[in-house]
Design a protein around this ligand. Structure first.
Ligand SMILES: Cc1cc2nc3c(=O)[nH]c(=O)nc-3n(C[C@H](O)[C@H](O)[C@H](O)COP(=O)(O)OP(=O)(O)OC[C@H]3O[C@@H](n4cnc5c(N)ncnc54)[C@H](O)[C@@H]3O)c2cc1C
Length: 394
């Protein structure tokens, strides 16, 4: 291959570029990103960056020395708007084209939006620019903040806003947030963390409308209640950025469909990170975005699938001074055992806990609140159990 193009200049795109060079690709490397920024880390945007505990220089994922070593052409602030797979060409929003032999799709996901988001004071939180705007608004004195969505980003944002002294309400349409990720029992325990920040949690009702003329003033709920608001943060999930591939030959269904080696139906096109549906699963986790590029690049350079990705899914979340960590694949009906620490009044006890999800006597997943060491041991056990059996030595 003479040219490889990476579309998406963020976490998984950077890891793919590193892998290309580490695995010996010495041809032309083009990296296209629609944000004007060099790759930066998103997890702090809802945590330390929002509270002001971390500044922008702490978000950088790379530095001048590494970027010089990568020897890539960075096309930043320009979006890819199409892929002509037959002509092996990526079409750019400014009219330019990039001829390429191989393509890594790393375009991530975008925050879902609500009607009325053009009012001043209404925010989403996906990009550095989003976080800058929200952070700036939160410095203007006490605010009434309504966070729409009680998932991880909503909960972290609520936690950060509460830590800054704002009055915060979280609105969650489901009776309980985080059930798909944690199951009902543990989702209820983690939702109780909102009490630590004196955050009001309103569940089982959705948002009917955002009100205000120029700036937002209130959020009305489907049960008729009105919540006064100076700031609204919409945290209702993300959709994979596949629009630019709509007329390509690639199969798209809630992400770019790939085999378990991140390879699409075209061997010269691979996908990684939040945009990729790998072996039927699309994960929006930092660790997946950093683990997939290794196999994806090996397969791209080989021209066929020589390596697969089979990590044990892992993510973490920081809320109200607690660190949640989860690894594994739980299913509906798994039983949950607390094996260390405990739960008090329906919330994590002081010192946290370790919970194992089990099915047929096997651990399927593990959740920790503030128990990082036993969690890491349990995560390693899960990885060992998931690893393909080694052939017996003769
Ligand atoms: C606020 C926040 C907090 C998070 N916290 C955690 C956490 O605590 N733990 C955890 O495990 N995960 C967390 N995540 C998730 C994690 O950050 C993502 O899984 C990770 O960023 C995915 O990386 P990616 O490279 O696949 O996608 P992205 O980081 O979304 O990068 C994709 C890039 O491609 C660009 N792009 C999109 N379309 C085009 C196009 N057509 N042309 C050119 N460029 C394009 C995008 O603008 C973006 O720059 C968090 C995410 C957010 C937003």
């Amino acid at each position: 291959m003479r040219t490889v193009t990476v579309v998406g200049a963020s976490l998984s795109g950077l890891y793919a570029a590193r892998e290309l060079r580490a695995q010996g690709f010495d041809g032309r490397l083009v990296i296209v990103g629609d944000e004007p920024h060099r790759p930066y880390d998103r997890p702090p945007l809802s945590k330390d960056f929002l509270t002001g505990a971390a500044d922008e220089d702490r978000l950088a994922l790379t530095d001048a020395e590494e970027t010089a070593g990568l020897d890539a052409e960075w096309l930043l602030g320009v979006r890819a708007r199409g892929l002509d797979a037959r002509a092996r060409t990526v079409l750019l929003g400014d009219g330019r084209t990039v001829s390429t032999d191989g393509l890594v799709i790393a375009t991530g996901a975008s925050a879902r939006r609500l009607p009325g988001e053009d009012l001043t004071g209404v925010h989403t939180l996906r990009t550095l620019d989003d976080a800058r705007a929200l952070r700036e608004e939160l410095t203007r004195g006490p605010r009434r903040v309504v966070v729409i969505g009680g998932g991880f980003i909503g909960a972290e944002t609520a936690s950060s806003c509460a830590a800054l002294g704002h009055a915060v309400t979280v609105v969650e349409a489901a009776p309980l947030a985080l059930v798909p990720q944690l199951g009902t029992e543990m989702a209820a325990v983690c939702a109780a963390l909102h009490r630590r920040g004196s955050v009001d949690l309103v569940t089982g009702t959705s948002v009917a409308a955002l009100h205000g003329t120029a700036a937002v003033t209130a959020v009305t709920l489907s049960d008729g209640r009105a919540l006064p608001a100076d700031v609204v943060v919409v945290g209702i999930g993300a959709t994979p950025n596949t629009g630019w591939l709509a007329s390509s030959a690639l199969a798209l269904h809630d992400g770019v469909l790939c085999n378990d080696g991140c390879v699409t139906a075209l061997p010269e096109v691979v996908a990684v990170g939040d945009v990729a549906r790998v072996g039927g699963v699309r994960a929006e986790h930092w660790t997946s975005a950093t683990e997939q590029p290794r196999a994806a690049v090996a397969n791209l350079l080989a021209g066929r699938t020589v390596e697969t990705v089979r990590p044990v899914p892992y993510f973490w979340s920081d809320q109200y001074g607690a660190r949640l960590q989860f690894a594994g694949r739980r299913q509906e009906g798994d039983t949950v055992q607390i094996t260390e620490g405990g739960i008090t009044d329906g919330a994590p006890a002081e010192g946290g806990f370790l919970a194992r999800y089990e099915r047929d006597g096997r651990t399927t997943a593990v959740l920790s609140v503030d128990r990082p060491r036993p969690f890491m041991r349990a995560r390693r056990e899960l990885a060992r159990a998931a690893a393909p059996a080694q052939p017996a030595a003769s």
